[in-house]
Design a protein around this ligand. Structure first.
Ligand code: NJP
Length: 241
């Protein structure tokens, strides 16, 4: 309950809800995202010093390392890193939105790798830890329009399972949180207005709430030392695929 948890993409949606749920459970948090005013507002709702924040763009390796270093500096160790930052500018590949493909690769894959690179040395040294990443139902299935987004989440499946195998002997747990539709701001990264409106309507009407997902994160963290929850896959009950 008093674990030190670092969260990226903590300024809205699933990340912000997880800050709320974990801080209420007694965790100490170090949170990052680009929108610092949102982070400041979140941190201010808890006791002084329980939730620290720092501006962090996960596409910048030095900034990700600085976020982990802040946690090590202030709290002495990191129990959990939650790589949650992500974006989902859906489009069909023939639209050739190559810049958007690159953004997804930079944030959804490279951002996660930078988090792993920053936290692995201290976790190996302390012989314990947990690395969590927000994956997706889209890491298991693909639809027209989700190919590149799904590709980034499938990549995370491979990276996280490889990490699990390599670090089992060091007692480092890996967890993927894989939701279906969640009512957050994620649709706002879709540039095609028709597709954006359709996804927005679906997330708002049928999606899980961000706090439903945050409770799954708490469940995965709040386990005995010998139990690793490697994936939690959760859909709204009405979502078929
Ligand atoms: O969306 P949203 P979610 N550097 O837009 C941050 C996955 N997921 O909570 O930098 C650092 O409210 C951004 O912060 P800011 C999804 O793939 C979702 O739904 O201030 N941070 C914000 O805090 C993603 O991995 C659904 O703009 C960056 C956060 O990311 C995760 O859930 C379904 C950043 C995005 O919050 C959280 O997304 C599913 C950067 N360069 C998986 N770029 C769903 N909502 O339906 C963005 O299966 N962020």
């Amino acid at each position: 309950k008093d674990k030190v948890v670092v969260i990226t993409g903590a300024s809205s949606g699933i990340g912000a809800a997880t800050v709320q749920v974990l801080a209420e459970a007694g965790a100490k948090l170090v949170i990052g995202a680009r929108r610092t005013e949102r982070l400041a507002e979140l941190a201010a709702s808890f006791t002084d010093g329980q939730v620290l924040y720092q501006q962090t763009d996960v596409t910048d390796q030095q900034q990700v390392k600085a976020l982990i270093d802040l946690a090590l500096d202030k709290f002495g160790h990191v129990d959990v890193l939650y790589n949650n930052a992500g974006l989902m500018p859906l489009s069909e590949m023939a639209e050739l939105k190559v810049n958007e493909w690159e953004r997804m690769i930079d944030v959804n894959i490279k951002g996660v790798l930078y988090g792993i690179a920053a936290v692995l040395p201290p976790m190996i040294a302390q012989h314990s830890g947990q690395i969590i990443t927000t994956d997706s139902v889209a890491g298991h299935i693909v639809h027209p329009g989700t190919a590149v987004y799904s590709g980034t989440k499938w990549a995370i499946q491979a990276i996280m399972d490889g990490l699990r195998q390599e670090q089992a002997a060091n007692h480092i747990k890996t967890t993927m949180i894989s939701p279906g539709a969640v009512n957050t701001e994620l649709f706002s990264t879709i540039t095609d207005p028709k597709r954006r409106e359709a996804v927005e309507a679906d997330e708002k009407n049928n999606g899980l709430s961000a706090s439903d997902v945050a409770k799954a994160v708490l469940y995965a963290i709040d386990q005995p030392a010998n139990v690793a929850i490697n994936e939690v896959l959760l859909r709204p009950v009405t979502q078929e695929r």
